[in-house]
Design a protein around this ligand. Structure first.
Ligand SMILES: Cc1cc2nc3c(=O)[nH]c(=O)nc-3n(C[C@H](O)[C@H](O)[C@H](O)COP(=O)(O)OP(=O)(O)OC[C@H]3O[C@@H](n4cnc5c(N)ncnc54)[C@H](O)[C@@H]3O)c2cc1C
Length: 287
């Protein structure tokens, strides 16, 4: 099913994001977790695409298995960084051949071993160009990424919003946000996006805090951590169990507030942790 149809029929649409394990790690552990994710009845599961196209085969393999063997709708992430037209088209063909109907179309980050990667050498320099290419030749339901605090490379928030509008205009069905820890950023962004003429659903992405490693992730993603959350992280810095519990409570409170405010759905960055995901959804009143 095209996920865009789900947004017309159901509110909220609850989605989980998982990532493929490293190539040398067997997929069995992930598949065991999927049994537990399935019990939580997500509306769909999205599967990330390794940075710079690493583990690209695994994304389609996992997304297809989730749909075929677990009966859950899926969305495959796809980044165009470093891919030729032929590689892009053969990946789209592989997805179609596996009955995948939903794609999160992204530019991607530089390959891990090339931090200074020159995106102007890419066939598709921006996600909008990839989206235009996909839309021109297929009926995929297409999602794209939105950044409440601006994409880290953007020089002005306003430019980033205009670039987002260009991306949506190429045929995006819905947007997923980068994670954030202050819901006011999301509510403000909805207003700015509406004023810019963006009318598709904008689904908030929620990243639970499980360890102080989140500081590195937020630094890379250009997301801010509110002072009250910094205090929580400092308080439990030497107590991982309590930090995990506090992280679950924080994520659940964010979700409750978002749903009370009428968010179209929740995109939970599960970090492949079914137990913690269940705790969050239970605490948030979804399970
Ligand atoms: C929900 C979500 C899921 C993600 N999943 C993955 C994943 O699975 N694998 C992975 O590798 N990465 C993933 N990412 C990270 C993403 O690939 C990076 O953030 C990447 O740096 C940007 O991708 P994009 O599609 O948002 O790029 P774009 O939309 O192309 O934007 C990139 C930058 O270019 C600017 N820009 C866009 N269009 C123009 C234009 N016409 N002129 C000038 N500037 C322009 C934008 O303002 C922005 O600064 C994900 C991000 C999110 C939010």
């Amino acid at each position: 099913m095209r996920i865009a149809e789900l947004f017309k029929k159901k509110k909220p649409v609850i989605a989980f994001e998982i990532f493929p394990p490293k190539p040398d790690v067997p997929l069995e552990k992930l598949y065991n977790s999927l049994e537990q994710f399935k019990d939580m009845k997500p509306d769909y599961i999205s599967v990330t695409y390794g940075a710079g196209g690493s583990q690209k085969g695994r994304t389609v393999e996992i997304a297809s298995k989730i749909k075929r063997d677990y009966g859950i709708e899926t969305m495959a992430h796809f980044t165009c960084v470093g891919h030729s037209i032929e590689e892009t088209d053969s990946m789209l063909e592989l997805m179609r051949g596996n009955d995948l109907e939903n794609i999160l179309a992204l530019r991607g980050d530089p390959p891990l071993d090339q931090p200074d990667f020159d995106f102007s050498r890419n066939v598709f320099r921006y996600a909008s160009e990839l989206i235009c290419h996909i839309r021109g030749k297929s009926a995929f339901c297409i999602a794209a990424a939105a950044y409440l605090e601006g994409h880290p490379e953007s020089r002005r928030l306003r430019d980033d919003l205009l670039n987002l509008k260009k991306k949506v205009d190429q045929g995006v069905d819905f947007l997923l946000t980068q994670f954030f820890f202050d819901n006011r950023l999301y509510y403000d962004f909805l207003e700015k996006a509406a004023a810019a003429g963006i009318t598709c659903p904008i689904v908030p992405g929620i990243m639970p805090i499980f360890s102080t490693n989140i500081k590195t992730m937020t630094a890379r993603s250009g997301c801010s951590i509110p002072a009250k959350l910094v205090l929580v992280m400092d308080k439990y810095a030497d107590n991982p169990d309590d930090l995990r519990k506090a992280g679950i409570e924080y994520a659940a409170a964010q979700i409750r507030d978002l749903l009370d405010s009428g968010a179209a759905g929740i995109h939970l960055y599960t970090m492949n942790r079914p137990k913690s995901s269940r705790d969050i959804l239970t605490d948030a009143g979804i399970l």
